[in-house]
Write a protein that binds this ligand. Structure first.
Ligand SMILES: [Zn+2]
Length: 399
């Protein structure tokens, strides 16, 4: 029996009916398909979680499986049972009886050597510099971002960083291809290369001197590492008047500071089975949606929070003053929510949950649309009448 090939089965002892099968060993990697509880597959490989996520101090392992229908992909070890067989090639030895994969420790000392992935191409040589101390988290995409050999798209890709990877910033340069955004030379455990600045979330005061971080701005409205960048502000409608931040469905959306809920809106046409306009035969961006309260004017379920002038970051107040709006408060729209957690009039504390990320209204996939409008008239409570106060969310939020 011990010579049986290594096989694993999607565990029934979870509260799910199916599990995600991904393109690599991390939840930041693309979802390929779902496998039902009970599905079996041959174990081809095992790797630790790409960003070292774990549970109770133990890093998750991921197993690459070839399922019976021939499809292949990676499944996390807490969702799998190993079936009796020989797992020595992936460090689990001989398994005698079905066992929860997460309960085992991989021991590769007796395993045949696993070929190392090919070494990345050398990055353009740059003389070492003193540590700057500025750290960042990769937010650039749901999965992985490209890391290049130089500061521009014209340089070849040398490696990739997964979303959630923590990097150190080594230096910052202008785009070598003339683009408006700067590029950062980043280091993750010796894996170095260049990344465009908008694909990173910078952390802390050591990034201030590099002009990558504005102290005092509100943090992005999700827990660090739990969101990704989709697109930024390009201007008022019909352009994109806010930020779109991707996150998993039901990821909590967090208030930036103490504030008051101006509006908490339930879109009547949203249903659990068909939350999106496109589930109702409408095309994305159908103009009729934006005048339809049944669709929350396109925003789906949404919450608008007012942050008063006194509690705005110093840098935000300065920008508002420069634009002739000294003393203005700010209203922030948190849109496409799966569920709202607060009602109009509620006082919020910084970091309090406003609602859960969703894909209601004019939305394709779970994400948060974040839109910021300065309130010129303090008595104003109507979102539409604040249209002329529209500002780029980066005036108030750090990415
Ligand atoms: Zn948007």
């Amino acid at each position: 029996m011990a010579d049986q090939p290594a096989r694993a089965q999607v565990r029934s002892a979870t509260n799910r009916r199916e599990v995600n099968v991904r393109a690599g060993p991390g939840t930041g990697l693309d979802l390929l398909f779902k496998a039902p509880v009970g599905a079996e597959g041959q174990v081809l490989d095992a790797r630790p979680d790409a960003v070292e996520n774990g549970f109770q101090g133990k890093v998750y392992q991921w197993l690459r499986l070839r399922f019976e229908d021939g499809r292949e992909g990676w499944v996390r070890d807490d969702l799998l049972d190993l079936l009796p067989g020989d797992f020595s090639a992936v460090g689990y030895g001989h398994v005698q009886t079905p066992i929860h994969a997460f309960s085992l420790i991989r021991d590769l000392s007796a395993a045949p050597p696993v070929p190392e992935p090919p070494a990345p191409e050398p990055v353009d040589p740059v003389e070492p510099r003193e540590m700057i101390g500025c750290a960042a988290i990769v937010i650039g995409a749901r999965g992985a971002i490209n890391v290049r050999s130089g500061p521009g798209q014209n340089h070849p890709v040398v490696l990739q960083y997964l979303r959630g990877t923590r990097v150190s910033v080594l230096e910052v340069r202008a785009d070598s291809a003339g683009g408006p955004l700067r590029w950062v030379r980043a280091d993750h455990q010796g894996r170095m290369g260049w990344v465009r600045e908008d694909l990173l979330s910078f952390r802390g005061d050591d990034c201030v001197a590099l002009d990558l971080f504005t102290p005092g701005l509100y943090p992005a409205p999700f827990a660090p590492g739990e969101y990704w960048w989709i697109r930024g502000f390009t201007g008022p409608q019909p352009d994109h008047p806010g930020w779109d931040l991707g996150a998993l469905q039901s990821e909590p959306v967090l208030a930036g500071a103490a504030g008051v809920v101006l509006t908490s809106f339930q879109a009547a046409k949203v249903t659990a089975e068909r939350p999106r306009t496109i589930d109702h035969g409408l095309t994305l961006g159908d103009p009729r949606v934006f005048s339809d309260p049944g669709w929350g004017f396109g925003y789906g379920h949404y919450v608008i929070v007012r942050y008063t002038s006194e509690l705005l970051p110093e840098a935000t107040r300065r920008v508002l003053a420069e634009r002739g709006m000294a003393g203005a408060g700010v209203a922030v729209m948190y849109a496409h929510l799966h569920a709202r957690s607060v009602e109009a009039g509620a006082m919020l504390a910084a970091g309090q949950t406003i609602g859960l990320c969703g894909t209601t209204g004019n939305s394709e996939a779970p994400h948060l649309h974040l839109e910021v409008r300065a309130i010129r008239n303090p008595a104003e409570t109507g979102w539409a009448r604040m249209r002329d106060g529209l500002i780029e969310p980066g005036v108030l939020f750090n990415r």
